[in-house]
Design a protein around this ligand. Structure first.
Ligand code: NAD
Length: 357
């Protein structure tokens, strides 16, 4: 039997989330936490992650952190969505997907449209199709908005161009050396865009054969994974894992710009300060990699691909605004991005309050 209950969130100093829902069906091994961080700008949008968390507390912490991140990402992408996230606790190789995703669909439906989900780590369009039998509030379905990776890559490319413009006064990447970490879905498309723009690429991947293949295709230089942080390049584009800007890697950087697709590139917030102290221009990850969520508007809002594309191109302008605001007030771009997002959320809350006055 499916059991759903909400945590008491009102007035708690521990978090600023609107709603935290726990859902479980012990018979099929379904255990989920759905965090709705904010609906100020619209229904909370954020994927469903499946992960074998060590504890329920770890799962809850992750859900809260990821939901909050989605609020900021959607706000800065200029989308009419708030932020939320679901996490399912379980082993991706062992769960009964049919039963688990049907249960999750019912849990999402119980939120009445205040939360819309899609695929994320360890979940797929096929899983979303299962959920569709229980709820309308699901995106990322088979054959709809399609693979977001090329669109994400385009947004990251625009982020690198904006960083170059801010840093060097020109957004031309011709002759600039870019160290690219991860030749996966996004990294490969990004490498192609960069090569077409005349950048000199140094690329790596833990899958050496894949990296060498991409290097061969684009005339790039292959670098060992452990050596990418020492690469003699002006731009570092992390497109693999989070946490790659940390105490161990930072002292090795010769880069002037860090701009990539990976989520949570800074291991801790203080690494944003450390980048600034070293004079590195950092394009906040959630601004640079918003192309994927923007791509979802085609499916969720019926936007044309051209309209979505224009929003992705605008990542360039948003970033320049962030860099200038950061420089004017002496804060990091990461902090300036958060403040810009918060201002947009507050403005939406204000508009809503005055509409109901
Ligand atoms: P992917 O799994 O297709 O590619 C990741 C690549 O990184 C793989 O080729 C993998 O072998 C490689 N890799 C893993 N660890 C590495 C390491 N230590 N050193 C070098 N290479 C390593 O994933 P993706 O869809 O291309 O996404 C890349 C990153 O961008 C992820 O952090 C993801 O969360 C983020 N992101 C992706 C999208 C999207 O549209 N796909 C949107 C927003 C953010």
């Amino acid at each position: 039997m499916l059991k759903i209950y909400s945590e008491e969130t009102g007035g708690s100093a521990a978090h600023d989330h609107e709603r935290i829902v726990h859902a479980e069906d012990v018979e099929c091994g379904y255990r989920a936490i759905i965090a709705v961080h904010s609906t100020a700008l619209g229904p909370a949008l954020g994927g469903t992650r499946l992960w074998n968390y060590a504890s329920l507390e770890d799962a809850r912490t992750d859900a809260l952190r990821l939901a909050r991140g989605m609020t900021y990402k959607n706000a800065l992408a200029g989308l009419p969505f708030g932020g939320g996230k679901s996490v399912l606790v379980g082993d991706a190789r062992e769960i009964d997907r049919e039963r688990v995703f049907r249960a999750h669909g019912r849990a999402v439906e119980s939120l009445g449209g205040s939360y819309i989900t899609a695929e994320d780590v360890n979940t797929s369009p096929a899983d979303m199709e299962i959920m569709l039998r229980e709820t309308r509030y699901v995106a990322g379905l088979i054959g709809r908005s399609g693979d977001p990776s090329p669109v994400t890559a385009r947004g990251v490319f625009r982020a690198i161009q904006a960083s170059a413009k801010y840093r060097w006064g020109s957004d031309s990447l011709a002759g600039r050396a870019v160290a690219l970490q991860g030749c996966g879905h996004v990294g490969h498309h990004l490498a192609r865009e960069l090569a077409a723009a005349g950048a000199r690429l140094l690329i790596t991947d833990v899958d050496e054969a894949k990296a060498r293949r991409v290097a061969g295709e684009l005339g790039a230089r292959y670098v060992e994974p452990a050596e990418i942080y020492d690469a003699p390049a002006e731009v570092f584009a992390p497109c693999a894992l989070g946490g790659v800007v940390n105490d161990e890697t930072l002292p090795r950087f010769k880069f002037e710009i860090v701009a990539g697709a990976a989520n949570n590139q800074l291991l801790e917030a203080r690494h944003g300060d450390a980048l600034q102290a070293r004079g590195v221009t950092y394009a906040p990850d959630y601004v640079a990699n918003a192309g994927g969520v923007i791509n979802g508007t085609i499916e969720l809002l019926g936007w044309t691909p051209e309209r979505a594309r224009a929003k992705v191109e605008a990542i360039y302008d948003t970033l320049l605004e962030i860099f200038r605001a950061a420089a004017a007030t002496g804060i990091t771009p990461a902090r300036a991005a958060d403040e810009l997002a918060e201002a947009r959320i507050e403005a939406a809350r204000g508009a809503r309050t005055s509409a109901t006055d």
